[in-house]
Design a protein around this ligand. Structure first.
Ligand SMILES: Cc1cc2nc3c(=O)[nH]c(=O)nc-3n(C[C@H](O)[C@H](O)[C@H](O)COP(=O)(O)OP(=O)(O)OC[C@H]3O[C@@H](n4cnc5c(N)ncnc54)[C@H](O)[C@@H]3O)c2cc1C
Length: 415
């Protein structure tokens, strides 16, 4: 049967091709639905390996799944939702490439648009820091790192100038900040010693966290272990340090200290994407859409929210890939159960634990029954990520990237 041939099938419109939207569409019984995916990019991005892509231990293309190839029988439209007309049941959209404005109708709408960075009103964050949510941002950080190495090679620089260019500041001691700091440190450690040995004494990674500990979502002992490990590795960790403002090449701390640096990565918190504020729907204190135990918006029976943009449960579940993926999988079944008039069970999150890479071949595994750190946890981290990657092609590519980086080093070409 032609996938979009019949008018009988309910029209399902999914906004966003992240962990939640992609997981939903991979599991949905597509024959029963007239399904459209609206996504600004034509791929699914496996974000847990984005910090590794910044440092060049995996290639960006190895962690992207082309949406049209992986989601056959889904109409994929490249664009962003701009607003929703609840009574007409239409979403106004803007084309990703040409910026054309168009509308898409729906009978059931799934909002899975993720989130973006929060600047907490701190001056300079939006303008002068790099963020790490997208492929383009990962490329820009990687280029920024390599540019600083190139700028540090210019003859005649003073020691202070060298130190400034080769200081890399990561703000935010959650998993993304910790992994980014670890990966950047690995890159400097492994590659500078070979390619730029004279610069090694000037290079430094600084990790700034406002709370008193790193990785507050993890078991406390693992946070303490990470701090000690970073100390041994020469990563300068500042906990209990609040950022007052950011300048083009400097971080001003509330305590008065100023850190001159070559690159600043902001990984300190999430905020809703602009679409959410236009919806007029009820949100929690962090601006996430309030959804009930069936992931429905209370005001709109046929509208669902899942992943990072939704607040589900009390306290709300954390914004993680695991939650988003399980919610997407749940919705695939729940939508079908509703369509068939079956009883729909509420969503239940099954925590499988958390993993984080902390550099120099070590990782953390905070699992329900065991807390684990070090080399063994790193092997575990790698094997879990290989299994979590979606396609056999990407599993093979990532494995190959790791072997290649181990045998031949990372590619430091700047382009
Ligand atoms: C660098 C990094 C590392 C991470 N590491 C981990 C990890 O190790 N483990 C873990 O559990 N979690 C991790 N996370 C968090 C995890 O990526 C998120 O929790 C997860 O991606 C949430 O899935 P989602 O589908 O809600 O949103 P996303 O995956 O962010 O997807 C949202 C999608 O919506 C699209 N979109 C945005 N606005 C619109 C619009 N207006 N219209 C249409 N589409 C729109 C976006 O382009 C995006 O494709 C990491 C996040 C980052 C950034």
């Amino acid at each position: 049967m032609e996938p979009h041939a019949t008018q009988q099938r309910p029209r399902l419109l999914v906004l966003g091709c992240g962990f939640a939207g992609f997981s939903l569409l991979r599991r949905l019984r597509l024959q029963a639905w007239d399904t459209t995916l609206l996504t600004p990019r034509n791929y699914f991005l496996f974000t847990p390996l984005l910090p590794s892509a910044v440092a060049g231990s995996v290639e960006l293309r190895s962690i992207l799944e082309p949406a049209r190839r992986r989601l056959r029988h889904v109409r994929v439209i490249e664009g962003s939702a701009v607003s929703v007309d609840w009574s007409a049941r239409e979403v106004t959209c803007r084309g990703a490439v040409g910026g054309e404005v168009f509308t898409l109708p729906w009978d059931h709408l799934v909002i899975a648009v993720g989130n973006t960075f929060a600047d907490f009103g701190i001056p300079g964050v939006a303008e002068h820091t790099r963020k790490l949510y997208t492929v383009e941002e990962a490329q820009a950080i990687r280029r920024g790192l390599l540019e600083q190495l190139a700028r540090a090679e210019v003859p005649g620089l003073t020691a202070d100038q060298l130190r400034q260019r080769l200081t890399f500041v990561v703000i935010g001691g959650g998993p993304t900040g910790v992994e980014a700091a670890a990966e950047i440190h690995d890159l400097l450690e492994e590659e500078l010693t070979q390619a730029y040995p004279e610069l090694v004494p000037y290079a430094k990674v600084v990790l700034i966290e406002a709370q008193d500990r790193l990785l507050s979502g993890f078991d406390e002992a693992l946070g303490t272990y990470t701090r000690r490990h970073f100390g041994r590795e020469g990563i300068d960790v500042r906990t209990g340090a609040k950022v007052a403002s950011i300048e083009p090449n400097a971080v001003q701390l509330a305590g008065g200290e100023r850190i001159d640096c070559g690159l600043i990565l902001w990984a300190a918190g999430n905020a809703p994407v602009p679409l959410i504020q236009t919806l007029g729907a009820r949100c929690d204190g962090r601006g996430r859409l309030l959804a009930d135990a069936f992931l429905r918006l209370p005001e709109h029976e046929e509208v669902f929210a899942c992943g990072d943009c939704a607040a589900v449960g009390e306290p709300p579940l954390p914004a993680t890939a695991q939650v988003a993926q399980q919610q997407g999988a749940y919705l695939a079944k729940a939508l079908d159960d509703r369509r068939r008039g079956r009883t729909v069970a509420p969503f239940r999150f099954r925590a499988q634990g958390m993993l984080a890479y902390i550099g120099s071949g070590q990782a953390l595994a905070d699992l329900p029954l065991i807390k684990w750190s070090g080399r063994g946890a790193w092997f575990f981290w790698r094997s879990v990520y290989i299994t979590k990657l979606v396609s056999p092609a990407n599993k093979a590519k990532v494995l190959f990237d790791w072997i290649k980086a181990h045998l031949f080093g990372r590619d430091l070409s700047r382009f």
